[in-house]
Design a protein around this ligand. Structure first.
Ligand code: FES
Length: 168
């Protein structure tokens, strides 16, 4: 199998990889860069556990080939905060108990950070017509935008509370 070179900025640092072109972004992050905060749940775009932020927008890293991201800026959960200095969304998840087992949490938090940014920038959701983008997002809007992130423990209401806390 031929290999390809990919250069990305990951969590603010330049990273160069030589990869089998079939490698997903998720596997590049986890297996090649050892950034295991990003989780593999379904590996086919159904659960959201693998959500990362690429050039400011959230994507499912399992559905994207790493070679498509040459030159891109990727942020994973490891790039949002540290255990000494949590990102405000991480702190809000702690405060509001926005998790139980924690497996989906990195993807939930990456998605939640990107969702508030989508709302701030006025990017429309795929929602029903009555879920309008507003400066103060409603719980319904946040739930709809977070619908691609599945939590088997059912921490959904606390996740929305955490997001509302950060949204202010
Ligand atoms: Fe990517 Fe489930 S692991 S959506």
């Amino acid at each position: 199998v031929p290999t390809y070179k990919v250069a990305m900025t990951v969590n603010g640092k330049p990273r160069a990889l030589t990869l089998d072109p079939r490698t997903t972004l998720l596997d590049a992050l986890r297996e090649h860069l050892h950034l295991t905060g990003t989780k593999k749940g379904c590996d086919h775009g159904q659960c959201g556990a693998c959500t990362v932020i690429v050039n400011g927008e959230r994507i499912n890293a399992c559905l994207s080939l790493a070679v498509q991201h040459d030159g891109d800026a990727v942020t994973t959960i490891e790039g949002l905060g540290t255990s000494e200095r949590l990102h405000p969304m991480q702190a809000a998840f702690v405060k509001h108990d926005g998790y139980q087992c924690g497996y989906c949490t990195p993807g939930q938090i990456c998605s939640a950070v990107a969702v508030l940014e989508e709302i701030r920038r006025g990017i429309p959701s795929h929602a029903q017509a009555d879920l309008m983008t507003a400066p103060q997002p409603t719980g319904a809007e946040m739930r709809e935008r977070m619908s691609g992130n599945i939590c088997r423990c059912g921490a959904y209401s606390n996740i929305v509370e955490a997001m509302a806390d950060v949204a202010g």
